[in-house]
Design a protein around this ligand. Structure first.
Ligand code: HEM
Length: 407
């Protein structure tokens, strides 16, 4: 088959993005994704026939993500696999969705937000994380000794935490949780996705009006003092809610599954809960659930000696970069004793995850608390029967049936 490159020439069609995880270990990148790790970059055929790049090397991935000559604007991107029936020509980012903006628009919003993710606020959230986790574990104990860990633990812990941060009533979670799940589901079409987004925004607009009328001690109220319209504020609230829910949920669910599958690592964590922070970092590297990240070259750019042409879409495979043996020795091993810092699971550069401190706190508090409460916690089904979320933007488990011995 032939394909057309960004400068209009025709070439032999390069391969498409490997996505099949059904063979092999559920924690490893799809077969074929890291196989060429000697070459940090290769040509990639996109869903609409566009020929761009796939970046799998750690250094090249960092270089692309740090370089403002690569744009994040949705309307410039081609999609490596079609999502919601779309493969390219995406609409521009809706108001408040700063992930799809470039400087200077992006920088303005970003400054407003980083100034409000304060040390004091994060410290208070850590204390709340302990309390909220403990309440979830109480409920789980009541429901047990066999539960779906996603519903009992991995979903509620991040939901409670993001509600606490933003000042969203957890009791109103029915008004946002299912909408967020739809937004991250690749199998849902454009129509229902649009409806879910509208419903999410409507909920946030109501909330913004309530906070403006009667500010409380939370991030959303705090943001009402910034120079932002109601529409911008609702959009930013929607982004924070969406970005903070499914990502952390999948890190917790898939993270516990990965620890079950590496019993020596789980034993080490159980023996020394002081390893929790390091374990969270290594799980972030090893699992890389938010993947891939897309950019579009605004001009010709040379990366690691290769010329990327203006107009080419670059797919940065975080999973592959985080398994680059030149950066992380023996990369396919989950090793909670390694120094996994420097991984790209939260991205890199201007768009690096705003919620990373919160996500780290949630994982470092929740994982040891779970294993301390249930010392005999284990899978209730054979590992191959655990359903994987392989058609979602964020990778993870659909459910994780677990059981424990009652005293
Ligand atoms: C951006 C991953 C949790 C809020 C990002 C990006 C990644 C990421 C990879 C960069 C996207 C890009 O460059 O295109 C994760 C993972 C999480 C997590 C793996 C959980 C373990 C959170 C939480 C929040 C959050 C809890 C909210 C408090 C955001 C926001 C952005 C972002 C607002 C956009 C920043 C910008 O465009 O400037 N995240 N995230 N994330 N994340 Fe997270």
């Amino acid at each position: 088959a032939a394909a057309t490159t960004a400068d209009g020439t025709t070439t032999d069609a390069p391969p498409t993005l490997p996505t099949d995880r059904r063979t092999g270990c559920p924690f490893d990148p799809p077969a074929g994704l890291t196989a060429l790790s000697d070459t940090p970059m290769r040509r990639l055929r996109y869903a609409d026939g566009h020929v761009g790049r796939l970046v799998t090397g750690h250094a090249a991935a960092r270089a692309v993500l740090a370089d403002p000559r690569f744009s994040s604007r949705y309307e410039l991107l081609h999609l490596p696999v079609s999502m919601a029936g779309m493969s390219g020509e995406l609409p521009p980012a809706p108001v408040g969705d700063i992930i799809g903006l470039d400087a200077p628009e992006h920088s303005r919003y970003r400054r407003l937000l980083t100034g409000r993710f304060t040390v004091r606020r994060m410290r208070r959230l850590t204390e709340r994380a302990e309390q909220l986790t403990s309440e979830c574990l109480d409920a789980m104990e009541q429901a047990g000794p066999t539960v779906d860990l996603v519903e009992a633990f991995a979903r509620p812990v991040p939901a409670l935490m993001i509600c606490e941060l933003l000042g969203v009533p957890y009791a109103e979670r029915d008004r946002f949780q299912s909408q967020v799940a739809i937004l991250f589901d690749q199998t849902v079409g454009e129509g229902p996705k649009g409806e879910a987004y509208t419903a999410l925004l409507q909920y946030l607009e109501e909330l913004v009006l309530a906070k403006r009328a009667e500010p409380t001690d939370d991030l959303l109220s705090d943001l009402t003092s910034a120079d932002l319209t109601d529409e911008e504020l609702a959009g930013i609230g929607g982004l924070l809610l969406a970005a903070g829910l499914d990502t952390t949920m999948n890190m917790l669910g898939l993270g516990v599954f990965a620890l079950f599958s590496n019993p020596d690592q789980l034993d080490a964590l159980r023996a020394d809960p002081g390893l929790a922070g390091q374990t969270a970092e290594e799980l972030l590297r090893y699992l890389s659930v938010a993947d891939p990240l897309l950019r579009s070259a605004l001009e010709d750019v040379e990366v690691e000696g290769e010329l990327i042409r203006a107009g080419e879409t670059v797919t940065v495979s975080v999973q592959a970069a985080n398994r680059d043996p030149r950066r992380f020795p023996d990369p396919d091993r989950l090793d909670i004793h390694r120094r996994a810092t420097g991984h790209l699971a939260f991205g890199h550069g201007a768009h690096q995850c705003l919620g990373q401190q919160l996500a780290r706190v949630e994982m470092a508090v929740a994982l040891p608390a779970l294993f301390a409460r249930f010392p005999t916690l284990r899978l209730a089904v054979p590992p191959r029967e655990v359903p994987l979320r392989d058609r979602a933007n964020i990778y993870g488990v659909v459910s994780l049936p677990v059981t424990w011995d009652k005293e």
